[in-house]
Design a protein around this ligand. Structure first.
Ligand SMILES: [Zn+2]
Length: 335
């Protein structure tokens, strides 16, 4: 009888919000409470190197040039009310957690980095072990980053980043997703999958469902590559819809996609961002950097100058915008 009362008490406590388990986001400076991450851009880059896994080299030593160039942009972003930036640059495309940590300390902006491997673009960004090891072997490499930090830095990833092409997932892409599901089950980290089309995203969702893993652990990165109906369908299943290429040229289309989701009552599954960042022009050096040629002349800004004002004019409320930028990202990236 006593045992039954204790079990009942524990069950009632766990159902009470006061005793619900605290959720966190893993940033490059450590854990932050999920409800304290503030407004967040869900898909941006800082520095990337697109030369390919076969030749990419880390930047040794001095990063003062990159800091001088990029820190002012991060400080401006912070001034615009953004408190957290999800940095989506994968391993073998120039991921540099130590640089992100330095920029995070200097700007006081939370920055989140990732583990995983990017299989899009003809497998150009995959190391040899991606082809030879099985899903469990690959997952254990990512798990080591989650548990011990990335490459001796002690900096832990806050999500799993994958990349897929425009068709249903091929065998390598499916193996990466299987590895990501293994780690997501253990860590509760979300899986952000770059998808070239709705077909690729639906195929990832179906694999997740077959593996009995939660749809809310999947982020459809570049959901702008799909249709309104595909986005509404996957949002309805619980998948996060990341409309993350907002630019000076495309913001009106984004407003249309977002208003469609509002009509379907799906804004609570939406993430928005620019996919801005810089690319190095010389392998192994930060001395020459080019802003992405994605239609934004000032990085991380079109949301504030164009998209959000247009959405407000079209009837999206301030509290809906706050939900998208704060609650949704806090929810999506929490573990
Ligand atoms: Zn990106």
């Amino acid at each position: 009888m006593l045992a039954r009362s204790i079990i009942f008490l524990l069950l009632s406590l766990s159902a009470c919000p006061l005793f619900a388990q605290q959720k966190y986001i893993m940033t490059v400076r450590g854990k932050v409470k999920a409800d304290a991450i503030g407004r967040t851009l869900a898909h941006e880059h800082i520095v990337t190197n697109f030369i390919g896994a076969a030749t990419v080299v880390d930047v040794p030593g001095d990063d003062s040039v990159v800091i001088a160039k990029i820190l002012p942009q991060l400080l401006r972003l912070k001034g615009q009310g953004i408190n957290t930036l999800i940095e989506c640059t994968p391993n073998f495309i120039g991921r540099n957690p130590a640089l992100l940590k330095k920029l995070s300390e200097l700007s006081d902006l939370n920055i989140v980095t990732n583990t995983g491997l990017y299989s899009a673009v003809d497998k150009k960004y995959l190391p040899p072990y991606a082809f030879t090891e099985n899903a469990a072997g690959i997952a254990s490499r990512w798990e080591a980053e989650w548990t011990n930090g990335i490459g001796g830095t002690g900096i832990r990833p806050g999500f799993i980043k994958l990349g897929a092409g425009s068709s249903a997932l091929d065998s390598i892409e499916a193996k990466m997703l299987a590895a990501a599901i293994l780690l997501s089950r253990k860590s509760l980290l979300p899986i952000a999958i770059h998808s070239g089309s709705g077909q690729a995203a639906i195929s990832a969702f179906e694999q997740l469902k077959k593996s009995n893993w939660k749809p809310e652990k999947l982020i459809w990165v570049h959901a702008q590559n799909g249709t309104d109906e595909e986005r509404a369908m996957l949002a309805n299943e619980g998948v996060w819809i990341s409309l993350d290429g907002v630019s000076e040229k495309s913001w009106e289309q984004y407003a249309g996609m977002i208003l469609f989701l509002k009509k379907r009552n799906m804004l609570h599954r939406l993430l928005i961002s620019h996919d801005d960042g810089w690319a190095v022009l010389e392998n192994g050096s930060y001395n020459k950097l080019d802003l992405f040629e994605n239609g934004n002349s000032i990085p991380y800004s079109t949301l504030f100058t164009k998209l959000l004002p247009a959405l407000k004019k079209a009837g999206v409320t301030e509290s809906e915008i706050d939900m998208i930028l704060r609650n949704n990202t806090g929810d999506c990236f929490s573990f």
